[in-house]
Design a protein around this ligand. Structure first.
Ligand code: GLN
Length: 280
C-alpha cells in the first residue's frame, strides 16, 4: 500500500535528484492538486492510501516536473492578486512581481466614472483583469499581438467573470491616435535576446519574453505611442528588466510625461516605471 506520505517522500527525492528547487513544496502541490485538496489538508491525510487511479497521473506529472515543465503549467492555474487564473504555454506565466504593480495601481490611481484602462501586451490577462476587478466602473481593454495569448485572456475573463474587451494589435497598430485612456499598463517582453533562461522560463512563449539585443525594443516603440493616447492626467505604468530604469525614465521624459518615478519591487530592483500626462 502506498500512502500519501510515501508518495510525498518519494516524489520529493525524485525532484531533488533532478535539481528542482523547492522539491517538497512542488510535490505537495502536485499531490494536493491530484487529490483535490489543499496543501495543508495533506498533513491529516499522511497515512491515507493513494488509489492507483491517482498514482498514474501523479507519476506522469512528476516526470514532467522533473524535466523542467513549470509547476504552474502542470496545475493549470495560478493565483494573481485576488483571483485564480488559467495559465498554459499560450501566455507568460504570471509573476509575483507583476502583482505588486497591480496592487500599487489599485491603491494609488483614482479614475472617474467610465475611466478607460488599457493593458497592452496582456498575455494571459492577469494584469488587465485584476484592474477590471479593482476598478469596476472603468472600461477595460486588453490588447496583445498574439492570438494565442488573447484566447487565453478571453478564457480568463470568463473564468473570473470579469467584463473587458479584447483587441489584437501590434502595440498601437489597431488603436487610433485620438482614442485616449486614463491608465495604460504594459508588461511587455523585455528580456535581452541572448539571455540564458532558467529551464522553467523556457516554457514561456518566446514572443512574450524577448525584446531585442538589450530587451528594450518594444519599450522604445511603446512609450512615445502610449504617451499620445493618454488622456490629460492619465497614468502610464510599466514593468521592466532589472537594468532598464535609467533608459526607460529618459524615454518617459522625452515623451513629455511628468511625475516620472520607478517603483522598486520587493527585491529592491527598480521594476515599475510610472508617469503621468499633465492635466493641461
Ligand atoms: N520577468 C520575466 C522574466 O524575467 C520576463 C517577463 C517579461 O519579459 N515581461 O523571466
Amino acid at each position: 500500500m502506498t500512502t500519501v506520505l510515501d508518495i510525498l517522500d518519494k516524489g520529493t527525492a525524485y525532484l531533488e535528484k533532478r535539481g528542482i528547487e523547492e522539491a517538497r513544496r512542488n510535490m505537495q502541490m502536485l499531490v494536493a492538486h491530484q487529490l483535490g485538496c489543499s496543501r495543508v489538508e495533506l498533513y491529516v491525510r499522511f497515512d491515507h492510501p493513494i488509489d492507483d487511479s491517482d498514482l498514474e497521473p501523479l507519476r506522469i506529472a512528476l516526470k514532467k516536473r522533473g524535466e523542467g515543465i513549470p509547476i504552474q503549467h502542470l496545475l493549470g492555474t495560478v493565483y494573481f492578486r485576488n483571483h485564480e487564473f488559467k495559465t498554459d504555454a499560450r501566455g507568460l506565466i504570471p509573476r509575483p512581481e507583476t502583482e505588486e504593480l497591480a496592487e500599487w495601481l489599485a491603491k494609488h490611481v483614482t479614475l472617474s466614472e467610465g475611466g478607460r484602462i488599457l493593458d497592452m501586451g496582456c498575455g494571459s490577462g492577469v494584469l488587465g483583469l485584476s484592474l477590471a476587478a479593482d476598478f469596476p466602473k472603468a472600461e477595460v481593454t486588453l490588447a496583445d499581438v498574439s492570438p494565442d495569448a488573447l484566447a487565453l485572456a478571453r478564457e480568463n475573463a470568463e473564468f473570473t467573470e470579469l467584463s473587458v474587451s479584447f483587441l489584437q494589435s501590434d502595440l498601437f497598430s489597431e488603436i487610433p491616435e485620438d482614442q485616449s485612456f486614463d491608465l495604460i499598463v504594459a508588461n511587455l517582453p523585455y528580456v535581452p535576446d541572448a539571455e540564458e533562461l532558467a529551464p522553467e522560463v523556457r516554457h514561456d512563449p518566446a514572443l512574450a519574453l524577448f525584446g531585442g539585443a538589450d530587451g528594450m525594443d518594444l519599450i522604445r516603440r511603446f512609450i512615445p505611442e502610449a504617451a499620445k493616447r493618454l488622456a490629460p492626467g492619465g497614468w502610464l505604468a510599466l514593468e521592466i528588466g532589472h537594468d532598464q530604469s535609467v533608459e526607460t525614465e529618459k524615454l518617459l521624459h522625452a515623451a513629455s510625461l511628468t511625475d516620472v518615478l520607478t517603483l522598486k519591487d520587493l527585491s529592491g530592483i527598480p521594476r515599475f516605471p510610472i508617469a503621468k500626462r499633465g492635466s493641461v
